[in-house]
Write a protein that binds this ligand. Structure first.
Ligand code: SAH
Ligand code: SF4
Length: 440
Protein backbone atom coordinates (compact mmCIF):
# COMPACT_ATOMS: atom_id res chain seq x y z
CA UNK A 1 0.00 0.00 0.00
CA UNK A 2 2.87 2.33 0.74
CA UNK A 3 4.29 1.54 -2.67
CA UNK A 4 0.98 2.63 -4.21
CA UNK A 5 0.88 5.75 -2.02
CA UNK A 6 4.48 6.64 -2.96
CA UNK A 7 3.67 6.28 -6.66
CA UNK A 8 0.65 8.51 -6.21
CA UNK A 9 2.80 11.14 -4.41
CA UNK A 10 5.18 11.10 -7.35
CA UNK A 11 2.23 11.50 -9.78
CA UNK A 12 0.86 14.40 -7.74
CA UNK A 13 4.10 16.33 -7.52
CA UNK A 14 4.83 15.70 -11.18
CA UNK A 15 1.51 17.25 -12.17
CA UNK A 16 1.57 20.10 -9.62
CA UNK A 17 5.23 21.11 -9.58
CA UNK A 18 6.80 19.24 -12.49
CA UNK A 19 8.97 17.22 -10.11
CA UNK A 20 10.62 14.09 -11.47
CA UNK A 21 12.27 11.29 -9.49
CA UNK A 22 16.07 11.20 -9.17
CA UNK A 23 18.23 8.30 -8.01
CA UNK A 24 20.65 10.33 -5.95
CA UNK A 25 19.35 12.18 -2.84
CA UNK A 26 22.14 14.77 -3.31
CA UNK A 27 20.36 15.96 -6.46
CA UNK A 28 16.84 16.12 -4.99
CA UNK A 29 15.03 19.39 -4.31
CA UNK A 30 12.43 17.53 -2.28
CA UNK A 31 13.12 14.41 -0.21
CA UNK A 32 10.09 12.43 0.96
CA UNK A 33 10.27 9.59 3.44
CA UNK A 34 7.13 7.45 3.25
CA UNK A 35 6.94 5.41 6.43
CA UNK A 36 5.33 2.25 7.78
CA UNK A 37 4.73 1.62 11.47
CA UNK A 38 3.35 -1.90 11.39
CA UNK A 39 6.23 -3.57 13.22
CA UNK A 40 9.46 -3.28 15.11
CA UNK A 41 11.54 -0.24 15.49
CA UNK A 42 9.84 1.71 12.74
CA UNK A 43 10.34 5.04 14.47
CA UNK A 44 14.06 4.36 15.02
CA UNK A 45 14.52 3.57 11.34
CA UNK A 46 12.84 6.85 10.43
CA UNK A 47 15.09 8.89 12.70
CA UNK A 48 18.17 7.05 11.42
CA UNK A 49 17.24 7.85 7.82
CA UNK A 50 16.52 11.47 8.72
CA UNK A 51 19.97 11.57 10.33
CA UNK A 52 21.45 10.68 6.91
CA UNK A 53 19.44 13.43 5.26
CA UNK A 54 20.24 16.13 7.81
CA UNK A 55 23.61 17.08 6.23
CA UNK A 56 21.84 17.44 2.86
CA UNK A 57 19.52 20.00 4.41
CA UNK A 58 22.48 21.78 6.01
CA UNK A 59 24.26 21.92 2.65
CA UNK A 60 21.21 23.40 0.98
CA UNK A 61 18.61 24.87 3.36
CA UNK A 62 16.19 25.45 0.47
CA UNK A 63 15.88 21.68 0.06
CA UNK A 64 12.56 20.39 1.42
CA UNK A 65 12.41 17.31 3.65
CA UNK A 66 9.03 15.65 4.12
CA UNK A 67 7.88 12.69 6.21
CA UNK A 68 4.61 10.96 5.36
CA UNK A 69 2.83 7.72 6.20
CA UNK A 70 1.94 5.98 9.42
CA UNK A 71 5.03 6.85 11.50
CA UNK A 72 4.32 10.51 10.73
CA UNK A 73 0.72 10.05 11.81
CA UNK A 74 1.79 8.24 14.98
CA UNK A 75 4.65 10.55 15.96
CA UNK A 76 2.92 13.82 14.99
CA UNK A 77 4.44 16.94 16.52
CA UNK A 78 7.03 14.79 18.30
CA UNK A 79 8.64 14.22 14.93
CA UNK A 80 9.21 17.93 14.44
CA UNK A 81 10.62 18.23 17.94
CA UNK A 82 13.10 15.39 17.40
CA UNK A 83 13.98 16.40 13.84
CA UNK A 84 13.32 20.16 13.59
CA UNK A 85 14.83 20.32 10.09
CA UNK A 86 11.83 18.41 8.69
CA UNK A 87 9.64 20.79 6.65
CA UNK A 88 6.51 18.75 5.95
CA UNK A 89 4.75 16.11 8.05
CA UNK A 90 1.65 14.41 6.65
CA UNK A 91 -0.34 11.27 7.37
CA UNK A 92 -1.45 8.57 4.93
CA UNK A 93 -4.86 10.22 4.47
CA UNK A 94 -3.58 13.66 3.56
CA UNK A 95 -0.98 12.89 0.93
CA UNK A 96 -3.20 14.53 -1.70
CA UNK A 97 -2.58 17.86 0.06
CA UNK A 98 1.15 17.56 -0.54
CA UNK A 99 1.29 20.15 -3.38
CA UNK A 100 -0.58 22.72 -1.23
CA UNK A 101 1.62 21.99 1.75
CA UNK A 102 4.69 22.41 -0.41
CA UNK A 103 3.42 25.77 -1.70
CA UNK A 104 2.56 26.95 1.81
CA UNK A 105 5.98 25.93 3.08
CA UNK A 106 7.72 27.78 0.23
CA UNK A 107 5.54 30.88 0.62
CA UNK A 108 5.50 31.11 4.40
CA UNK A 109 8.98 29.65 4.87
CA UNK A 110 7.85 27.60 7.79
CA UNK A 111 7.14 23.91 8.41
CA UNK A 112 3.70 22.44 7.73
CA UNK A 113 2.06 19.58 9.60
CA UNK A 114 -1.17 17.96 8.40
CA UNK A 115 -2.25 14.79 10.15
CA UNK A 116 -5.96 15.08 9.52
CA UNK A 117 -8.24 12.15 8.90
CA UNK A 118 -10.59 13.75 6.35
CA UNK A 119 -13.27 11.35 5.20
CA UNK A 120 -11.12 9.99 2.43
CA UNK A 121 -11.25 12.91 0.07
CA UNK A 122 -7.80 11.65 -0.92
CA UNK A 123 -8.89 9.46 -3.83
CA UNK A 124 -10.98 12.24 -5.38
CA UNK A 125 -8.03 14.59 -5.36
CA UNK A 126 -5.44 12.44 -7.04
CA UNK A 127 -4.54 13.07 -10.67
CA UNK A 128 -5.08 10.49 -13.41
CA UNK A 129 -2.33 7.91 -13.48
CA UNK A 130 0.32 8.67 -16.09
CA UNK A 131 1.47 5.84 -18.35
CA UNK A 132 3.77 3.35 -16.65
CA UNK A 133 5.88 0.81 -18.41
CA UNK A 134 5.18 -2.34 -16.43
CA UNK A 135 2.41 -4.88 -17.07
CA UNK A 136 1.40 -5.07 -13.38
CA UNK A 137 -0.13 -2.40 -11.15
CA UNK A 138 -1.52 -1.92 -7.67
CA UNK A 139 -4.91 -0.29 -7.17
CA UNK A 140 -6.05 0.65 -3.68
CA UNK A 141 -9.76 -0.11 -3.30
CA UNK A 142 -10.17 -0.04 0.46
CA UNK A 143 -8.35 1.59 3.34
CA UNK A 144 -8.40 1.45 7.08
CA UNK A 145 -9.63 -1.17 9.47
CA UNK A 146 -12.40 -1.50 12.06
CA UNK A 147 -11.25 -4.81 13.49
CA UNK A 148 -8.90 -3.64 16.24
CA UNK A 149 -6.81 -6.77 16.70
CA UNK A 150 -5.03 -6.22 20.00
CA UNK A 151 -1.50 -6.19 18.49
CA UNK A 152 -2.16 -3.96 15.51
CA UNK A 153 -1.55 -0.29 14.91
CA UNK A 154 -3.41 -0.06 11.58
CA UNK A 155 -6.82 1.10 12.91
CA UNK A 156 -4.98 3.84 14.79
CA UNK A 157 -2.82 5.04 11.90
CA UNK A 158 -4.94 4.38 8.79
CA UNK A 159 -8.28 5.08 10.43
CA UNK A 160 -11.69 3.51 9.94
CA UNK A 161 -12.70 1.37 6.98
CA UNK A 162 -13.42 3.18 3.77
CA UNK A 163 -14.15 1.70 0.32
CA UNK A 164 -13.78 3.56 -2.95
CA UNK A 165 -16.84 3.64 -5.20
CA UNK A 166 -16.80 0.94 -7.89
CA UNK A 167 -17.06 3.32 -10.88
CA UNK A 168 -13.85 5.10 -9.78
CA UNK A 169 -11.99 1.82 -9.45
CA UNK A 170 -13.27 0.54 -12.79
CA UNK A 171 -12.21 3.77 -14.48
CA UNK A 172 -8.72 3.56 -12.95
CA UNK A 173 -8.30 -0.10 -13.97
CA UNK A 174 -9.54 0.59 -17.54
CA UNK A 175 -7.04 3.39 -17.83
CA UNK A 176 -4.23 1.11 -16.62
CA UNK A 177 -5.23 -1.63 -19.05
CA UNK A 178 -5.20 0.92 -21.89
CA UNK A 179 -1.62 1.69 -20.86
CA UNK A 180 -0.63 -1.98 -21.18
CA UNK A 181 -1.26 -3.31 -17.68
CA UNK A 182 -2.50 -6.93 -17.74
CA UNK A 183 -2.38 -7.81 -14.05
CA UNK A 184 -3.79 -5.76 -11.19
CA UNK A 185 -3.55 -6.29 -7.47
CA UNK A 186 -6.41 -4.77 -5.52
CA UNK A 187 -5.17 -3.43 -2.22
CA UNK A 188 -6.71 -2.81 1.16
CA UNK A 189 -5.77 -3.34 4.78
CA UNK A 190 -8.90 -5.47 4.84
CA UNK A 191 -9.63 -5.73 1.18
CA UNK A 192 -12.32 -8.39 1.51
CA UNK A 193 -14.30 -6.11 3.84
CA UNK A 194 -14.78 -3.96 0.71
CA UNK A 195 -18.27 -2.44 0.42
CA UNK A 196 -18.33 0.31 -2.15
CA UNK A 197 -21.01 2.31 -3.94
CA UNK A 198 -22.00 0.47 -7.11
CA UNK A 199 -22.79 3.66 -9.01
CA UNK A 200 -26.45 2.61 -9.23
CA UNK A 201 -28.37 1.81 -6.08
CA UNK A 202 -26.62 0.76 -2.90
CA UNK A 203 -23.30 -0.89 -2.28
CA UNK A 204 -21.54 -3.98 -3.54
CA UNK A 205 -19.02 -6.36 -1.99
CA UNK A 206 -15.61 -7.51 -3.21
CA UNK A 207 -17.17 -10.42 -5.13
CA UNK A 208 -19.26 -8.00 -7.21
CA UNK A 209 -16.31 -5.67 -7.75
CA UNK A 210 -14.26 -8.65 -8.99
CA UNK A 211 -17.06 -9.70 -11.35
CA UNK A 212 -17.21 -6.23 -12.82
CA UNK A 213 -13.44 -5.89 -13.19
CA UNK A 214 -13.20 -9.33 -14.82
CA UNK A 215 -15.31 -7.99 -17.70
CA UNK A 216 -12.67 -5.41 -18.65
CA UNK A 217 -11.28 -6.60 -21.94
CA UNK A 218 -7.49 -7.01 -21.94
CA UNK A 219 -7.22 -7.54 -18.19
CA UNK A 220 -5.77 -11.00 -17.68
CA UNK A 221 -5.03 -11.48 -14.00
CA UNK A 222 -6.56 -10.15 -10.79
CA UNK A 223 -5.09 -10.54 -7.30
CA UNK A 224 -6.22 -8.96 -4.07
CA UNK A 225 -4.52 -8.51 -0.73
CA UNK A 226 -4.78 -8.58 2.25
CA UNK A 227 -7.80 -10.38 3.61
CA UNK A 228 -9.30 -11.13 6.98
CA UNK A 229 -10.68 -14.68 7.35
CA UNK A 230 -13.99 -13.40 8.76
CA UNK A 231 -14.74 -11.47 5.59
CA UNK A 232 -14.14 -14.47 3.34
CA UNK A 233 -17.78 -15.38 2.76
CA UNK A 234 -19.48 -17.86 0.44
CA UNK A 235 -19.92 -15.24 -2.28
CA UNK A 236 -16.21 -14.51 -2.38
CA UNK A 237 -15.39 -18.22 -2.33
CA UNK A 238 -17.75 -18.66 -5.31
CA UNK A 239 -15.89 -15.84 -7.09
CA UNK A 240 -12.74 -17.97 -6.88
CA UNK A 241 -14.65 -20.73 -8.67
CA UNK A 242 -16.38 -18.55 -11.25
CA UNK A 243 -13.85 -15.91 -12.28
CA UNK A 244 -11.07 -17.51 -14.33
CA UNK A 245 -8.80 -14.45 -14.26
CA UNK A 246 -8.85 -14.35 -10.47
CA UNK A 247 -5.52 -16.08 -9.79
CA UNK A 248 -5.56 -19.37 -7.87
CA UNK A 249 -3.67 -17.86 -4.94
CA UNK A 250 -4.99 -16.29 -1.77
CA UNK A 251 -3.13 -14.58 1.04
CA UNK A 252 -5.24 -15.23 4.13
CA UNK A 253 -3.49 -14.21 7.36
CA UNK A 254 -4.26 -16.42 10.35
CA UNK A 255 -1.58 -15.18 12.84
CA UNK A 256 -1.78 -18.20 15.17
CA UNK A 257 -2.97 -21.81 15.28
CA UNK A 258 -4.06 -21.59 18.91
CA UNK A 259 -7.64 -20.61 19.79
CA UNK A 260 -6.45 -19.22 23.11
CA UNK A 261 -4.02 -16.84 21.37
CA UNK A 262 -6.54 -15.96 18.65
CA UNK A 263 -8.91 -14.89 21.44
CA UNK A 264 -6.22 -12.76 23.07
CA UNK A 265 -5.47 -11.26 19.68
CA UNK A 266 -9.16 -10.47 19.26
CA UNK A 267 -9.23 -12.14 15.85
CA UNK A 268 -12.85 -13.25 16.36
CA UNK A 269 -12.51 -16.65 14.69
CA UNK A 270 -11.32 -20.09 15.73
CA UNK A 271 -8.84 -22.43 14.07
CA UNK A 272 -11.71 -24.75 13.08
CA UNK A 273 -13.56 -21.88 11.36
CA UNK A 274 -10.40 -20.94 9.47
CA UNK A 275 -9.89 -24.54 8.35
CA UNK A 276 -13.50 -24.77 7.21
CA UNK A 277 -12.97 -21.76 4.93
CA UNK A 278 -9.78 -23.24 3.49
CA UNK A 279 -11.68 -26.46 2.82
CA UNK A 280 -14.46 -24.59 0.96
CA UNK A 281 -11.91 -22.59 -1.03
CA UNK A 282 -10.16 -25.75 -2.14
CA UNK A 283 -13.47 -27.29 -3.15
CA UNK A 284 -14.24 -24.17 -5.20
CA UNK A 285 -10.77 -23.94 -6.80
CA UNK A 286 -8.77 -27.13 -6.24
CA UNK A 287 -5.44 -25.73 -7.47
CA UNK A 288 -5.56 -22.69 -5.16
CA UNK A 289 -2.46 -21.95 -3.07
CA UNK A 290 -2.86 -20.37 0.34
CA UNK A 291 -0.27 -18.15 2.00
CA UNK A 292 -0.53 -16.47 5.37
CA UNK A 293 0.90 -14.19 8.04
CA UNK A 294 1.98 -15.48 11.46
CA UNK A 295 3.01 -13.78 14.66
CA UNK A 296 5.16 -15.74 17.12
CA UNK A 297 5.76 -14.75 20.72
CA UNK A 298 2.47 -12.94 21.26
CA UNK A 299 2.17 -12.21 25.03
CA UNK A 300 1.29 -15.42 26.84
CA UNK A 301 2.12 -17.75 23.92
CA UNK A 302 3.15 -21.10 25.47
CA UNK A 303 5.01 -24.00 23.84
CA UNK A 304 1.63 -25.66 23.46
CA UNK A 305 0.17 -22.65 21.63
CA UNK A 306 3.19 -22.55 19.35
CA UNK A 307 2.89 -26.30 18.67
CA UNK A 308 -0.73 -25.65 17.61
CA UNK A 309 0.53 -23.08 15.07
CA UNK A 310 3.01 -25.61 13.72
CA UNK A 311 0.19 -28.17 13.41
CA UNK A 312 -1.95 -25.71 11.49
CA UNK A 313 0.92 -25.01 9.08
CA UNK A 314 1.31 -28.70 8.38
CA UNK A 315 -2.41 -29.25 8.00
CA UNK A 316 -2.95 -26.41 5.53
CA UNK A 317 0.46 -26.76 3.83
CA UNK A 318 0.76 -23.02 3.33
CA UNK A 319 2.79 -21.72 0.43
CA UNK A 320 5.27 -18.82 0.78
CA UNK A 321 4.15 -16.97 3.91
CA UNK A 322 5.28 -14.17 6.18
CA UNK A 323 6.10 -14.67 9.85
CA UNK A 324 7.08 -12.09 12.42
CA UNK A 325 8.11 -11.83 16.03
CA UNK A 326 5.48 -10.00 18.01
CA UNK A 327 6.50 -6.41 18.60
CA UNK A 328 4.66 -4.10 20.91
CA UNK A 329 3.07 -1.13 19.11
CA UNK A 330 2.13 2.18 20.72
CA UNK A 331 -1.48 2.56 21.90
CA UNK A 332 -2.46 -1.05 21.16
CA UNK A 333 -4.22 -3.12 23.87
CA UNK A 334 -1.64 -5.95 23.68
CA UNK A 335 0.99 -3.67 25.21
CA UNK A 336 -0.95 -4.04 28.48
CA UNK A 337 -0.92 -7.86 28.39
CA UNK A 338 1.52 -9.55 30.72
CA UNK A 339 3.59 -12.73 30.19
CA UNK A 340 5.80 -11.37 27.52
CA UNK A 341 7.79 -14.08 25.73
CA UNK A 342 11.59 -13.78 26.07
CA UNK A 343 13.39 -12.60 22.96
CA UNK A 344 15.42 -15.79 22.55
CA UNK A 345 12.24 -17.88 22.68
CA UNK A 346 10.68 -15.68 19.98
CA UNK A 347 13.83 -16.09 17.87
CA UNK A 348 13.76 -19.86 18.18
CA UNK A 349 10.03 -20.16 17.41
CA UNK A 350 10.39 -17.88 14.40
CA UNK A 351 13.27 -19.98 13.03
CA UNK A 352 11.35 -23.24 13.52
CA UNK A 353 8.20 -21.85 11.92
CA UNK A 354 10.05 -20.31 8.98
CA UNK A 355 11.90 -23.56 8.32
CA UNK A 356 8.61 -25.44 8.04
CA UNK A 357 6.96 -22.81 5.85
CA UNK A 358 10.04 -22.78 3.61
CA UNK A 359 9.99 -26.55 3.31
CA UNK A 360 6.37 -26.52 2.06
CA UNK A 361 7.11 -23.65 -0.34
CA UNK A 362 10.08 -25.64 -1.67
CA UNK A 363 7.87 -28.72 -2.13
CA UNK A 364 5.40 -26.67 -4.17
CA UNK A 365 8.27 -25.31 -6.27
CA UNK A 366 9.74 -28.75 -6.85
CA UNK A 367 6.35 -30.09 -7.90
CA UNK A 368 6.38 -27.50 -10.69
CA UNK A 369 9.66 -28.79 -12.14
CA UNK A 370 8.90 -30.62 -15.39
CA UNK A 371 5.57 -28.81 -15.87
CA UNK A 372 4.61 -25.82 -18.01
CA UNK A 373 3.45 -22.77 -16.10
CA UNK A 374 1.59 -19.69 -17.24
CA UNK A 375 4.12 -16.91 -16.75
CA UNK A 376 3.51 -13.17 -17.08
CA UNK A 377 6.77 -11.67 -18.34
CA UNK A 378 7.31 -8.60 -16.17
CA UNK A 379 10.63 -7.40 -17.62
CA UNK A 380 14.38 -8.06 -17.81
CA UNK A 381 15.79 -9.99 -14.87
CA UNK A 382 17.44 -7.76 -12.29
CA UNK A 383 20.42 -10.04 -11.86
CA UNK A 384 21.03 -10.68 -15.55
CA UNK A 385 19.44 -8.14 -17.91
CA UNK A 386 20.00 -10.55 -20.81
CA UNK A 387 17.34 -12.78 -19.22
CA UNK A 388 13.62 -12.30 -18.67
CA UNK A 389 11.81 -12.53 -15.40
CA UNK A 390 8.15 -13.26 -14.91
CA UNK A 391 5.58 -14.48 -12.41
CA UNK A 392 3.56 -17.68 -12.25
CA UNK A 393 -0.11 -17.58 -11.25
CA UNK A 394 0.90 -18.18 -7.65
CA UNK A 395 3.40 -15.31 -7.92
CA UNK A 396 6.66 -17.31 -8.04
CA UNK A 397 9.41 -15.46 -9.92
CA UNK A 398 10.66 -17.38 -12.96
CA UNK A 399 13.89 -16.48 -14.79
CA UNK A 400 14.57 -17.64 -18.33
CA UNK A 401 16.22 -16.70 -21.62
CA UNK A 402 13.85 -15.77 -24.41
CA UNK A 403 13.33 -13.66 -27.52
CA UNK A 404 13.17 -9.87 -27.45
CA UNK A 405 9.91 -7.98 -27.09
CA UNK A 406 7.91 -10.34 -24.88
CA UNK A 407 7.59 -8.08 -21.82
CA UNK A 408 3.98 -7.78 -20.73
CA UNK A 409 2.98 -11.02 -22.45
CA UNK A 410 1.89 -14.29 -20.90
CA UNK A 411 3.76 -17.40 -22.06
CA UNK A 412 3.76 -21.02 -21.18
CA UNK A 413 7.22 -21.67 -19.73
CA UNK A 414 8.79 -25.05 -19.00
CA UNK A 415 10.05 -25.15 -15.40
CA UNK A 416 13.48 -26.76 -15.12
CA UNK A 417 14.75 -26.00 -11.64
CA UNK A 418 13.38 -24.96 -8.24
CA UNK A 419 15.69 -22.51 -6.44
CA UNK A 420 15.01 -21.26 -2.90
CA UNK A 421 13.20 -18.07 -3.95
CA UNK A 422 12.61 -18.50 -7.66
CA UNK A 423 12.28 -20.94 -10.53
CA UNK A 424 14.45 -21.41 -13.63
CA UNK A 425 12.48 -21.84 -16.79
CA UNK A 426 12.98 -22.64 -20.44
CA UNK A 427 11.40 -20.71 -23.28
CA UNK A 428 10.73 -22.37 -26.59
CA UNK A 429 8.47 -25.09 -25.37
CA UNK A 430 6.23 -26.71 -27.99
CA UNK A 431 3.35 -24.81 -26.38
CA UNK A 432 2.06 -21.63 -27.88
CA UNK A 433 1.82 -18.53 -25.71
CA UNK A 434 -1.10 -18.78 -23.33
CA UNK A 435 -2.12 -15.37 -24.56
CA UNK A 436 -0.13 -12.60 -26.16
CA UNK A 437 -3.11 -10.27 -25.95
CA UNK A 438 -6.51 -11.16 -24.63
CA UNK A 439 -7.00 -14.42 -22.84
CA UNK A 440 -6.77 -17.63 -24.84
N1 SAH B 1 -5.28 -6.96 7.78
C1 SAH B 1 -4.40 -8.04 7.77
C2 SAH B 1 -2.99 -7.70 8.25
C3 SAH B 1 -2.37 -6.39 7.98
S1 SAH B 1 -0.88 -6.09 8.89
C4 SAH B 1 -4.95 -9.12 8.70
O1 SAH B 1 -5.82 -8.88 9.46
O2 SAH B 1 -4.45 -10.20 8.71
C5 SAH B 1 0.25 -7.23 8.13
C6 SAH B 1 0.82 -8.25 9.08
O3 SAH B 1 1.75 -7.66 9.98
C7 SAH B 1 -0.20 -8.93 9.98
O4 SAH B 1 -0.86 -9.95 9.36
C8 SAH B 1 0.65 -9.42 11.14
O5 SAH B 1 1.10 -10.74 10.91
C9 SAH B 1 1.83 -8.45 11.14
N2 SAH B 1 1.76 -7.59 12.33
C10 SAH B 1 0.90 -6.60 12.57
N3 SAH B 1 1.13 -6.05 13.77
C11 SAH B 1 2.18 -6.71 14.31
C12 SAH B 1 2.88 -6.62 15.55
N4 SAH B 1 2.55 -5.74 16.48
N5 SAH B 1 3.93 -7.46 15.76
C13 SAH B 1 4.27 -8.38 14.81
N6 SAH B 1 3.63 -8.51 13.64
C14 SAH B 1 2.60 -7.69 13.39
FE1 SF4 C 1 -4.62 -4.97 11.90
FE2 SF4 C 1 -5.56 -6.70 10.09
FE3 SF4 C 1 -6.40 -6.82 12.64
FE4 SF4 C 1 -7.12 -4.78 11.07
S1 SF4 C 1 -7.68 -6.95 10.80
S2 SF4 C 1 -6.47 -4.64 13.18
S3 SF4 C 1 -5.28 -4.48 9.82
S4 SF4 C 1 -4.32 -7.19 11.85
Amino acid sequence: MNEYDSERMADLLASSHGLTPVEDPDRADVLILNTCSIREKAEDKVYTQLGFWRPLKEQDPARIIAVGGCVASQEGERLRRRAPFVDLVFGPQTLHRLPDMLDACLAERRPQVDLDFPDLEKFDRLPERPGRNGPTAFVTVQEGCDKFCTFCVVPHTRGREYSRPMPDIIREVRQLVDQGVVEITLLGQNVNAYRGATGLVGEGDLASLLERLARISGLQRIRYTTSHPNNLDDRLIAAHRDIPILVPHLHLPVQSGSDRILRRMHRKHTVAEYLEKIHKLREARPEIRISSDFIVGFPGETEEDFAATMDLVSQVRFDQSFSFKYSSRPNTPATRLRDSVPEEVKDRRLAVLQARITSFAQQYSEAMVGTFQEVLVTGPSRRDPAEWTGRTLCNRPVNFSGPAGIAGQIWSIGIEEALPNSLRGRFGSPDMPVAASGRA
